[in-house]
Design a protein around this ligand. Structure first.
Ligand code: CTP
Ligand code: MG
Length: 242
């Protein structure tokens, strides 16, 4: 590729992809099947995020990173997702490893944008995605959806009593999608494997990801009560849409 081709590619042709790590088990959910497959508002939980990501016209491909032992995913009728959906059976021991393996298998162009989104965040909307893409498409680093911390924060001592109150000023809770250039993110995750989100690996390289304000409704389903709340939100959203 010559210099002018490469400038043109960066300016015009960089694509947007989604990558959904879905190779965890959901130990904190305490169920006998992986939480991403638990029923939620009439569908397996993972279908909600996949439906939204596949419906986003800016996104070319939606990669789903599954455990190599996963036998569940292919049992569903996936035709509704069309050609955008690409399952990859290369999940690892941790979320970071699953994302790193997925990026390798997806073979994206280094300058393409990739939006990494947890399978366990079913309440993502097209409006959230639009905000993320529009805030970051011209950004040098990339960034993530997040919400400013709303509650007062207490630090506990070993006995579970308040040691002190922490300032919540300028504190945000990280969500997903987290959107970075595929090459930079793959490099960051090779360097830094002990992270619980993608932005942390980018930060470890010295970059400052941009915080894009989202809503608390884009929460992660971690405990059984989160599933009840997600069910209520999704049922409400579908009744409003009718
Ligand atoms: N994930 C993954 N590979 C792993 C661990 C997690 O792809 N080895 C995915 C999960 O499937 C989930 C996302 O990363 O979509 C966020 O992780 P989390 O909510 O922690 O899910 P689990 O690890 O499955 O749950 P737990 O920590 O309670 O076991
Ligand atoms: Mg986990």
């Amino acid at each position: 590729m010559n210099y002018f081709d490469s400038i043109e590619r960066i300016a015009n042709v960089s694509e947007f992809h989604a990558l959904v790590p879905a190779a965890g088990f959901g130990a904190r959910m305490g169920h006998e099947i992986p939480k991403q497959y638990l029923p939620l508002a009439g569908q397996p939980m993972i279908f909600h995020a996949l439906t939204t990501l596949c419906a986003c016209t800016e996104i070319s491909t939606v990669f789903v990173v599954l455990s190599p032992e996963d036998t569940q995913f292919q049992k569903y009728d996936l035709s509704r997702f069309g050609d955008k959906l690409q399952p990859l059976y290369c999940g690892g021991e941790t979320r970071a490893e699953s994302v790193a393996n997925g990026l390798l298998a997806a073979e994206l162009e280094p300058d393409d944008w990739v939006m990494v989104h947890d399978a366990a965040r079913p309440c993502l909307t097209l409006a959230h995605l639009d905000r993320l893409i529009n805030e970051l498409r011209d950004d040098a680093v990339g960034g993530l959806l997040a919400v400013p911390v709303a509650d007062t924060l207490k630090r506990a001592d070993a006995a579970g009593r308040v040691q002190r109150t922490e300032s919540r000023e300028q504190l945000w809770q990280a969500q997903t999608p987290q959107m970075f250039r595929a090459g930079l993110l793959a490099h960051a995750l090779q360097q830094c494997k002990n992270v619980t989100d993608d932005a942390s690996a980018i930060e470890a390289l010295g970059f400052k990801p941009k915080l894009v304000a989202c809503e608390p409704t884009n929460f992660k389903v971690t405990y059984p009560q989160d599933r009840v709340l997600a069910e209520l939100l999704l049922s409400h959203a579908s009744s409003v849409a009718k």
